[in-house]
Write a protein that binds this ligand. Sequence first.
Ligand code: 9D3
Length: 251
Amino acid sequence: MQIEVVTLFPALIEDALRYGVLGRAIERGLLSVGMHDPRAHTQDAHRTVDDRPYGGGPGMVLKPEPLCAAIAAARQRLPAGSLRIALSPQGQLLTQARVQQLASLPGMVLIAGRYEGIDQRVLELAVDQELSIGDYVVSGGELPALVLIDALARLQPGALGDERSSVEESFGAGLLDWPHYTRPDVYQGRAVPAVLSSGDHAAIRRWRATQSVGCTWLRRPELIGRTPLDAERRILLEEFLQQQRDSAGET
Ligand code: 9D3
């Protein structure tokens, strides 16, 4: 997959691309990420990329000409069938389902805004969709673009190596992880659940599935409403809730 990012801060994105799963995916050639700075597409001596908003108010708006020129340059490097996506607080919410859809594209231009936002005509003329990473405010589209790039990198075949398959991730999708433990066996008086050192792999799988569905019910009940539980998971949830009632009775 090929991604071209349009940003006023290419170094911010490039530095983050060197680490972890993302860095390895790029090293292995599973993903290629290029940068396009609208400032390189300005014509004036001051290399102006922003201007005051029509109608007044605080902040500045990204000017259409340099931004569109950068988008056009980015697009020239991409195969047919690629999409232009702007990161914007007004965009549709990024979900794992959306990441999976986008992962099948040959490439995309990601447009990261700064200041108060992007001139509406650019969004209408040169952008296919707008995406937000959630209902909170960050200072620009660069971190949201990195979030999307990272999520896409994990889905490229070969990116995760042995660590964990993305099939496993999408299988578990919709539920939270179970709790994880490593040595020592007892830490500050708290022991690791005995089942995890029992060597009984069927019991371990069952404990993890129970914890996964139970913790999701307690912390993120709305996730369970979204993907109804199969019969096995309903039984595991009943078991989890019964264990909860039992241990509440002891205290
Ligand atoms: C929504 C707040 N805006 C009106 C007061 C001002 C504003 C704040 C931050 C306008 C743009 C930005 C920069 N944010 C992004 O470009 C952005 C973003 C975000 O802030 N939250 C979640 N997802 C995204 S994607 C791009």
